[in-house]
Design a protein around this ligand. Structure first.
Ligand SMILES: Cc1cc2nc3c(=O)[nH]c(=O)nc-3n(C[C@H](O)[C@H](O)[C@H](O)COP(=O)(O)O)c2cc1C
Length: 381
């Protein structure tokens, strides 16, 4: 199966050092929300701030807007810019070694005194070493992504006082994870960029929020490009939202100019989920902009399936060929700017990304749109 690391490591976030004069807890890892931040948000965006209060308190940020970890994109520059602008940045650890993660966390810390998180892929062979790194840096929030957290991982994170965010495709699994100590849940619909599940954000929100949002912190991700959509999910009980695509081409993102240009040109329908051609050759769906690489991937699957039928390849070799097809492809797109053969992961909201804007502008636009939408509720006729 195509592993997360194969399309170019999904990257990581962290417990901030005590923030002087900001009420930062000294021994516990979790950051405390800045009271001045909260008051300012209440004044500028009172309805949104009220609906976001639980999420913002949980994150220790001004706004309950996470920038989801994006491998190669969510590094020190973007993560610190998001957190400095009042959102919550998350470092994408992806396939990084513990040493690289250590350096990335330290470098991010040097750029912001605001809280940020670290996203760890559960299938990483050194997951517990990576957790140790987050512990050393007093990372406040660890996101476990890419699969069910292995035994002992949630406990190892909570043991040093950090909060654990998890993903779950079903309500039953979400409840189980909450029972085993998870502090918050991200539900992510198929509109999202990157590795996706089969169900849309709108349907997941209708399933999960009525059942879980009253007693738990739930963030909604996938396909959110404007504040009006945020307003709807917040009204349904979400504690906050997570966006990726909207921020990937921000001014502070280190993504190659060609990667950003591909975003500005693309429409929603260009962000397609990878197709599995043959049931014997499993492919985890990834949403990315269609390009030569996505076409060649389909052709490769057909070629390999024929070789299987003809007996010129055995199953293990066939699956390996499929698995290796995208190796390093996200890096090629994001860092090298190869938008033809690289994996240009993007969600359907890419159609709403038309220009390079600073993170602070994107966030204030989202907050403004959300507030206007909420203020307009109840005005019929
Ligand atoms: C380029 C790109 C890379 C991504 N890499 C990761 C990752 O490394 N780990 C992860 O958990 N999610 C990853 N995601 C998903 C985002 O964290 C986020 O949940 C998603 O983008 C939200 O949906 P949206 O794209 O519709 O805003 C990635 C998304 C994109 C667009």
């Amino acid at each position: 199966m195509i592993g997360i690391a194969d399309q170019g490591s999904y990257p990581l976030p962290m417990i901030p050092a005590p923030r002087k004069g900001r009420g930062q807890a000294l021994d516990a890892g979790a950051p405390v929300q800045d009271i001045e931040d909260f008051k300012n948000t209440m004044t500028a965006y009172p309805k949104t701030a009220a609906l976001m209060a639980r999420g913002a308190e949980f994150l220790g940020s001004r706004y309950a807007i996470l920038c989801g970890a994006m491998s190669w994109v969510s590094e020190r520059n973007l993560v610190s810019a998001i957190s400095n602008a009042g959102g919550f940045g998350v470092i994408a650890c992806g396939a990084m070694s513990p040493e690289l993660l250590d350096a990335e966390i330290a470098a991010t810390r040097a750029l912001t005194d605001r809280p940020f998180g670290v996203n760890l892929i559960t299938m990483h062979p050194q997951l517990f070493d990576l957790i140790e790194v987050t512990k050393r840096h007093r990372v406040s929030h660890v996101v476990l992504a890419g699969g069910i957290p292995p035994k002992g991982s949630v406990e190892a994170i909570k043991e040093f006082g950090a909060k654990v965010l998890v993903f779950a495709p079903t309500i039953a699994l979400a409840k189980k994870l909450f029972r085993s100590g998870a502090d918050a849940l991200v539900i992510e619909g198929s509109e999202a960029g990157g590795h996706i599940g089969p169900v849309s954000t709108g349907v997941l929100a209708q399933e999960f929020l009525p059942e879980l949002a009253e007693d738990h912190i739930v963030f909604v991700a996938g396909g959110i490009g404007r504040g009006e959509a945020m307003a709807s999910y917040l009204e349904m009980g979400a504690a906050g939202v997570q966006l990726g695509t909207r921020f990937a081409a921000a001014a502070e993102s280190i993504a190659h100019p060609a990667f950003k240009k591909a975003f500005f040109r693309a429409n929603a329908r260009d962000a397609i989920a990878s197709v599995q051609v043959d049931p014997r050759l499993p492919v985890i769906p990834v949403r990315a902009l269609k390009n030569k690489g996505t076409e060649e991937f389909t052709a490769k699957q057909i070629e390999v399936a024929h070789a299987l039928d003809a007996g010129t390849l055995d199953m293990a070799a066939a699956q390996l060929e499929i698995e290796h097809f995208w190796a390093g492809a996200l890096r090629r797109a994001v860092i090298d700017g190869d938008v033809e053969r690289g994996s240009v992961m993007a969600g359907q909201s890419v159609g709403l990304v038309t220009e390079e804007l600073p993170v602070a502008t994107i966030i204030s636009n989202l907050m403004g749109e959300c507030e206007t939408a909420l203020a307009g509720r109840g005005r019929i006729g």
